[in-house]
Write a protein that binds this ligand. Structure first.
Ligand SMILES: Cc1cc2nc3c(=O)[nH]c(=O)nc-3n(C[C@H](O)[C@H](O)[C@H](O)COP(=O)(O)O)c2cc1C
Length: 410
C-alpha cells in the first residue's frame, strides 16, 4: 500500500515560514468551523472519530478531552508534548519543522473544546534551533486573529527523556526537577499546578483539523477496528532510506521497512523506541496497530551484522542513564540489568543470568512508577524470547573460558 498523508498533508507543500501558504491549503478552516460549534459537539466529533493518542499510550483522545472539560474549575491547561526524547524518534520534529500552522490550529481547537485559555508547547531542549521559527509561526497566527481565545507559550525541555512522560513534563513546566508523579490523580482532573490539564502528542493534535473538516465518519473508516486513521513513523537504522513516512493503521511492518525504506538482510526491527518491542525478520508481516505493536512509531532496523547483546546493552544503558531515580524498581533495576548485560556481552556471563533478567523484568514491570521502568525490560525479554540461543551461547562460552583460565593457573 502506498503512503497516505493526513498528518503530513501539508509538509513540504506549504512554506512553514508563511501562514498565507497554509491558508491557501485549507489552513484554519477547521478552526473557523470548530469555533462555530459548542465545545461538547467538538468533543463528540473527536470521540466518534476513534482518534487515539500517538505519543505511545494510545489513550482515546476525545474521552480525555471530555474528562478535562467536565472537571470542575475555570482554569484549565493544554500542553502539546513535543519532547520527543526517545532514541530513533524524530517524526514530531519533522512536523514542527514543516507544518507548525496545522499544529497551532489544532491547539486552538483543542483549547476551545476543553476550555483552556493557556497552552504550552513543551519543546525538546535539543530542538532549540526550531524555537525562533515556532515563535514566528505563533505571531503570524495571532496576527491573523486566530488566537483570540488562547495564549500559547513555548517551554523548552530539560534534556531528559523522562520529561516526555506527562507527569514529569508537568513538574518540569512548574520549574521542578522532572520526575514521574504517582497516579491517580490523572492530568485531566489534576494536572499542571493542580488544574485540569490535557497533554497531547504533536501527531495526535495534527489529526484534529482534518477530523473537524472531514467529519468523524470519514476518519473512522480509515484503519482497523481499534486503530483509526494513519500513523507517522520515524524510520532509521540499517536502511537505505531513513526518514519520516505516514501509513494507514494496520499496514505491515514489511511495507515500511522493506518497501518504503529499502532495508535488506534484516535481523530484527524494534518498534516504538528504546522500550519498544522487538520483531524478528520471521514476523516482518506483522500489522502495525495499537493492538499489535506501535508505540510512538519509531522503527529501528538492525541487519544481520548486528550483535543482539550489544544492541540490548546499549538500549538499557540509555534507559539507566535516563531513569529519573524516583522509584527503586526503575533506578536500581535498570542498573542491575545493565550490569548483567554488559557482563554477558564482555564474555563474563553466569548460568543464572537469564533467570535473573526475567525475574528483574517482572518486578520492574509491576512496581515501577512510570512507563520508563515498566517497559524498560521489553527489549531484553523480547530478545531472550527470539534469540535465546545468542544469550545461552555467550554464557556457555564464558563458563568454558573461566574453566580454561582456572586450569592454566593450577
Ligand atoms: C519515559 C516516557 C517518555 C515519554 N515521552 C513522550 C514524548 O516525548 N512525547 C509524547 O507525546 N509522549 C511521550 N510519552 C507519553 C506521555 O506520557 C503521554 O502519554 C502522551 O504525551 C499523551 O499524549 P497522547 O494521548 O496524545 O498520546 C512518554 C512516556 C514515557 C513513560
Amino acid at each position: 500500500m502506498p503512503e497516505k498523508r493526513i498528518v503530513l498533508k501539508n509538509c513540504q507543500i506549504i512554506d512553514p515560514r508563511d501562514i498565507n501558504t497554509s491558508l491557501a491549503h485549507d489552513g484554519f478552516k477547521a478552526l473557523d468551523l470548530a469555533l462555530g460549534m459548542s465545545p461538547e459537539d467538538v468533543i463528540a466529533e473527536i470521540k466518534a472519530s476513534g482518534l487515539r493518542g500517538r505519543g505511545g499510550a494510545g489513550f482515546p483522545c476525545g474521552l480525555k478531552w471530555e474528562l478535562a472539560r467536565e472537571a470542575p474549575g475555570d482554569v484549565k491547561y493544554l500542553i502539546c508534548n513535543a519532547d520527543e526524547g526517545d532514541v530513533g524518534t524524530f517524526k514530531d520534529r519533522y512536523i514542527l519543522q514543516h507544518d507548525p500552522f496545522t499544529l497551532l490550529e489544532a491547539m486552538a481547537i483543542a483549547a476551545h473544546a476543553i476550555g483552556a485559555k493557556q497552552a504550552f508547547i513543551y519543546l525538546r531542549l535539543e530542538y532549540h534551533y526550531l524555537l525562533d521559527e515556532l515563535l514566528d509561526a505563533i505571531n503570524q497566527v495571532k496576527a491573523k486573529g486566530y488566537l483570540a481565545h488562547l495564549e500559547i507559550e513555548i517551554r523548552e525541555g530539560a534534556g531528559a527523556y523522562v520529561c516526555g512522560e506527562e507527569s514529569a513534563l508537568m513538574d518540569s513546566i512548574e520549574g521542578k526537577r522532572g520526575e514521574a508523579r504517582f497516579k491517580p490523580p490523572y492530568p485531566p482532573s489534576k494536572g499542571l499546578w493542580g488544574k485540569p490539564t490535557i497533554i497531547n502528542n504533536v501527531e495526535t493534535l495534527m489529526n484534529i483539523p482534518a477530523i473537524v473538516l472531514n467529519g468523524a465518519r470519514w476518519f473512522n473508516q480509515i484503519g482497523t477496528d481499534k486503530s483509526k486513521g494513519t500513523k507517522v513513523f520515524s524510520v532509521s537504522g540499517d536502511v537505505d532510506k531513513p526518514g519520516v513516512c505516514e501509513f494507514v493503521m494496520g499496514s505491515r511492518l514489511k511495507e515500511i521497512v522493506v518497501d518504503w525504506a529499502n532495508a535488506r538482510d534484516i535481523k530484527m526491527v524494534q518498534v516504538g523506541g528504546t522500550t519498544g518491542e522487538i520483531i524478528p525478520f520471521s514476523l516482518i508481516e506483522t500489522p502495525l496497530t495499537f493492538e499489535t505493536v506501535l508505540g510512538s512509531g519509531a522503527v529501528t532496523v538492525f541487519d544481520n551484522s548486528r550483535d543482539i547483546l550489544d544492541i540490548v546493552s546499549r538500549t538499557v544503558e540509555f534507559l539507566a542513564e535516563e531513569s529519573c531515580g524516583k522509584c527503586n524498581p526503575c533506578r536500581e533495576g535498570t542498573e542491575v540489568m545493565l550490569e548483567i548485560l554488559e557482563r554477558l556481552a564482555d564474555g563474563d556471563g553466569q548460568q543464572e543470568d537469564i533467570q535473573t533478567l526475567e525475574e528483574l523484568s517482572n518486578v520492574m514491570a509491576l512496581a515501577s512508577l512510570c512507563g520508563l521502568g515498566q517497559a524498560a525490560a521489553i527489549p531484553v525479554m523480547d530478545t531472550i524470547k527470539y534469540y535465546r540461543n545468542d544469550y545461552e551461547t555467550r554464557i556457555q562460552q564464558s563458563v568454558l573460558l573461566r574453566s580454561l583460565r582456572g586450569k592454566r593457573w593450577q
